[in-house]
Ligand binder design. Structure first.
Ligand code: GDP
Ligand code: IMO
Ligand code: MG
Length: 445
């Protein structure tokens, strides 16, 4: 019997690396696709021919027929957004039925979490938004932080399984709404008191609608493992946004590195032998927080326009900069990355030269090759660059690695040398066909 390989796909930067495209491609070689963290803050794009799909809560594997998609316990589920997503996919001819399972232990994002998220952002906004000069995070306002905070508070949280028990839900909401109404008022939200009876009826109806999907996904995944079915873990957000290992406090509220897989699914880490780290050929960030290689100039603008760097979830323009290999090497280490996918290489055509950040200069003049997963420390570093020659050819029509211009090949080789992990996949456009495999043995060919 051949050994079943399970794979994790994880973002190595600050999100939007192209995880959705790669998960869609890898789905062909796996049986089960699992989201283990985050919520509707994620926006994963999959392009199939002239169709473009933006997935927020449902695993990107859903577009492939006959695969099982699982939203595991580590995800915070906004069930109204989820129903919207299911309906939109179904209207577009995608089957969403028995093939979607949701953990009964995933915590629910309630409407008051979104109000709380927006109110906190307003309360903390300062004079220099976007640069880490104040303490507003620049969240997606999808209620992610307040929902995870309630999970940790315990007594104020609602889980997907609770939506199936009206009496329990009503009792919980009566206590929660009383507290939340006071908190929202204290945060300056001018709204009528939360109505537990209205919320009970609304979320019981949602529970009835989603009941066929809700199950114990931990046992489900272990049954799959025992049956020899292969699992693809789809990371949302990215390693540098990880609550413990990212650029705190400018992070999201979950463990979005691969370290989040065991607690977020109930599957021990030893099963994840293969970790594909997804990185752009440059760097982007959306929301606030330090970004050492940020380009606040015409080059950054050119990358933004060529890469169409506008948020999939919020439409916000993404901040753009040169590739930070100090950060990538750190994320590779934390995620146990075994190979890389280098995305959006096509965006870098037409530059005479490109820069790779290989170290950070500290205020005392010394240089380090270590990353600082702390916003205050990271804000004080200056990038140390290695300059490499660019290429003029457009790459989006290329389908073989041998077609890549010599300087593009050198750029990739230099990344491999500095990071110490092979590049397995290179992407030169959003479509499935615009993908080059760099190794003879790969999971997508
Ligand atoms: P994710 O959150 O990691 O799944 O990434 P997003 O979907 O938020 O953002 C990636 C964007 O880049 C999407 O619009 C993709 O369609 C697009 N994309 C993916 N790979 C490539 C590529 O190689 N070249 C170009 N030009 N666009 C790409
Ligand atoms: P995908 O999966 C890019 C960022 C937000 C903000 C911070 C906290 O598409 O790569 P939150 O709403 O989570 O409390 O926001 O994290 N952020 C993302 N940025 N891509 C994402 O997901 C992100 N998910 C969260 O912009 O700075
Ligand atoms: Mg995204």
């Amino acid at each position: 019997m051949t050994h079943t390989i399970h794979t994790a796909v994880v973002g190595l930067q600050w999100g939007d690396e192209g995880k959705g495209k790669i998960v869609d491609l890898l789905t062909a070689r796996h049986d089960v696709i699992v989201r283990y963290n985050g919520g509707a803050n994620a926006g994963h794009t999959v392009v199939v021919g002239d169709q473009r799909y933006a997935l927020h809560l449902i695993p990107s594997g859903i577009l492939n027929a006959n695969k099982l998609s699982v939203i595991a316990n580590g995800v915070v589920v906004d069930p109204e957004k989820l129903i919207e997503e299911i309906d939109t996919l179904q209207q577009r001819g995608i089957n969403v039925g028995d093939n979607l399972r949701i953990s009964n232990r995933a915590h629910v994002v309630m409407p008051y979490h979104k109000e709380h998220d927006a109110a906190l952002e307003r309360a903390f906004a300062g004079s220099t938004p976007g640069k880490g000069g104040d303490f507003s995070i620049g969240t997606t306002k999808r209620g992610i932080g307040p929902a995870y905070a309630d999970k940790v508070h315990r007594s104020t949280s609602i889980r997907m399984g609770d939506l199936l028990d009206k009496e329990l839900l009503q009792r919980k909401l009566r206590s929660i709404c009383a507290i939340r109404t006071l908190e929202l008022k204290a945060l300056g939200v001018n709204a009528p008191p939360l109505d537990p009876e209205e919320l009970t009826n609304r979320f019981t109806a949602i529970g009835t609608r989603l009941a066929p999907h809700i199950t114990d996904t931990t046992y489900l995944l272990h049954d799959c493992l025992n049956d020899g079915r292969s699992i693809l873990f789809e990371g949302a957000n990215a390693c540098l946004l990880d609550i413990d290992h990212g650029t705190f406090p400018y992070v999201t509220s979950s463990n979005c590195s691969t370290l989040g897989i065991p607690p977020g699914t109930g599957v021990p880490g030893k099963h994840v032998q293969r970790v594909l780290g997804i990185m752009k050929a440059y760097a982007t960030r959306v929301g606030a927080g330090p970004f050492p290689t940020e380009l606040d100039d015409a080059i950054g603008e050119r990358i933004r326009e060529r890469g169409r760097e506008y948020g999939t979830t919020t439409g916000r323009p993404r901040r753009c900069g040169w590739l930070d290999l100090v950060a990538i090497r750190y994320s590779v280490m934390v995620c146990g990355t075994t190979s890389l996918a280098c995305m959006l290489l096509d965006v870098l055509s037409g530059f005479d030269e490109l820069k790779l950040c290989t170290g950070y200069r500290l205020p005392d003049g010394s240089v380090t090759d270590r990353f600082f997963p702390d916003a205050q420390q990271l804000a004080r570093v200056e990038p140390v660059y290695e300059t490499v020659p660019g290429w003029s050819e457009e790459l989006d029509g290329m389908t073989e690695r041998g077609e890549l211009p010599a300087n593009a090949q050198r750029y990739l080789e230099r990344i491999e040398q500095i990071v110490g992990v092979p590049i397995e996949i290179v992407s030169v456009g959003p479509e499935r066909s615009q993908t080059l495999t760099m190794q003879s043995e790969t999971v997508i060919s």
